[in-house]
Design a protein. Sequence first.
Length: 248
Amino acid sequence: MFWLIYMSNLLNGELMKVMILGAGGGIGRALLEVYAGARETTQIYATHHRAVSDVSPLVRWVQLDLANPASVKALADKVEDTIDRWICCTGVLAYTDHGPEKSLRQLHAEKLQRDYMINAVGPLTAFSAMASKLRTPGLRAAFLSAQVGSIEDNRIGGWHGYRMSKAALNMGVRCLAIECARWRSNPAIVAVHPGTTATNLSRAFIQTRKAPVQSSAACASSLKQLIESLQPEHNGAFLRLSGERLPW
């Protein structure tokens, strides 16, 4: 069903301006290349924390530090157009001084605060800062979350900061989706679990994994299909790339 809706939208030749947060990361960079190669894309605003090389004349790079409220607040001033597609591909699991927690003894307030700032507070306040430019008819927005952020699905514990901050992101996405539905522009705003992907974020934790791991390119292709197939009835949902709903 999602594939049929995606193909219908593609054939209709709907033109769009895209904004990708975290376009310097594994999934974000691959998604940038997918949208840059799409005939319906007319402009891409791509945020980055570090310098990134050009990949297309359609791309305009915008510096953004999600851990810096002033940088987030200034985001809208750097974007000249209204946005039709918003995709937040940012996220952090581990740092050079802290890995994901395996027990209560490893909890550190400073690390938890960083997790919340980058995984939840930054993305949500960035969307808020851009709100006036996101009121386009049929806005489709996706925030990359994680299945481990599902409270109901949590069976083994651990990874406290990552789980907690992604759960906070999920609640924030649900809240803003409800509010944005009142814009009368039929938005579809969702949280998405992209599946285990070979990126810098996950590479240290998938070396012994037996189940298949998808490439960033495969993830990006499926993610674009999902985003382009979204309808207003999906607003506020937590989805897999397949379109299947996940428990909160």
